[in-house]
Design a protein around this ligand. Structure first.
Ligand SMILES: [Zn+2]
Length: 103
């Protein structure tokens, strides 16, 4: 199951980099806790309006192949956003329900 441009959940319910196959963490965890994060000052980037106050850009990389996985705008020093939360239990239940509907 693909969850991001360069990320998928494999058969073992782990979040994996599609580029190099590196397993970052369990599907129930926030992969950003396991990905190196680079902080960029928006004022240093061309074309960005300097009206964002204390906000910065965070870039997340695969710890193995350094493919950029995601970019987020957040307050300086904020913890990583958890934008992909997968409830694997519900996922399994939904699959079972659709199977029993057919029979
Ligand atoms: Zn990778």
């Amino acid at each position: 199951m693909r969850i991001h441009q360069y990320l998928e959940i494999n058969d073992n319910k782990k979040i994996k980099c599609l580029k190099c196959g590196h397993v970052l963490c369990d599907a129930k965890e926030n992969y950003k806790d396991y990905a190196p994060r680079a902080e960029k000052d928006p004022a240093s980037l061309p074309g960005i309006r300097p009206t964002m106050g204390m906000h910065v850009y965070y870039e997340y990389y695969c710890p193995n192949c350094y493919t950029m996985l995601d970019v987020e705008v957040a307050e300086k020093g904020a913890p990583p956003l958890w934008d992909i939360q997968i409830n694997m239990e519900n996922y399994v239940e939904d699959t079972t329900a659709s199977v029993s509907d057919k029979s």
